[in-house]
Design a protein around this ligand. Structure first.
Ligand code: SF4
Length: 215
């Protein structure tokens, strides 16, 4: 990590904002455990929602069934997925936000993106592709779609992906099992969108000559 990014990550790891000075809602019901994966030079950003119970326990993002499905969707093995020099994972909320009355994950803490996101992403200058997972990441990375349904945004993936911008952005549904019904209903996602997304991911994580991963 560069000194400035390392300092920022150290600050984040010590963050207690939602526990001590919570601006939005109740204090976090457990000790904060901020989770992310970041290194300068990463060319793929997974803009995710917030850690779930398993990632909260392991301290590593996507160590759960959602992660298994996401890796399968993207065609990435564990080694590549967890190679911070190639893949950054920066959620909208860095700590597990707790569970609602029905046992579902609460939304990411609003304090988090407001306080950390812009500065954290400023350390990623080589991004080629951003995978946007869920409504909160969609609202941040695709503000022109804010107010639209998430399905509407995902259905427009070709239009979003082909927009002339760098990094390119593509919206994904959440890989959670809670979305199985959505995936069954929208089979075009796996049949049509995923092959294109997988190819873009493969290009973004391809080792470059001279990089530690080049062979
Ligand atoms: S969720 Fe974000 S803002 Fe809240 S305590 Fe964790 S790192 Fe800090």
């Amino acid at each position: 990590l560069t000194d400035s990014l390392a300092t920022l990550v150290a600050e984040l790891k010590a963050c207690r904002l939602c526990r001590d000075a919570h601006r939005f809602g109740q204090p976090l019901p457990h000790e904060p455990r901020p989770i992310l994966q970041i290194a300068p030079g990463a060319r793929l950003l997974i803009a995710s929602q917030a850690p779930g119970t398993r990632a909260h326990a392991s301290g590593v993002p996507f160590t759960d069934a959602s992660g298994d499905r996401l890796r399968q969707w993207l065609g990435l093995d564990h080694e590549t997925f967890y190679d911070a020099s190639r893949v950054a994972i920066v959620p909208m909320g860095h700590c597990f936000p707790g569970l609602d009355a029905k046992g579902g994950d609460l939304p990411p803490r609003r304090e988090c993106a407001l306080h950390w996101r812009e500065r954290m992403l400023a350390g990623l200058n080589d991004l080629e592709l951003v995978l946007v997972i869920g409504r909160y990441a969609r609202d941040w990375h695709l503000p022109e779609w804010k107010g639209s349904g998430l399905t509407e945004t995902v259905m427009a993936w070709r239009q979003v992906f082909s927009a002339p911008r760098r990094p390119k952005v593509v919206p994904l549904p959440h890989p959670s099992w809670r979305n199985n019904h959505w995936l069954r209903k929208h089979q075009w996602f796996e049949a049509e969108a995923l092959p294109v997304i997988r190819a873009a991911v493969s290009e973004a994580v391809r080792p470059r000559p001279g990089s530690p991963n080049s062979r």
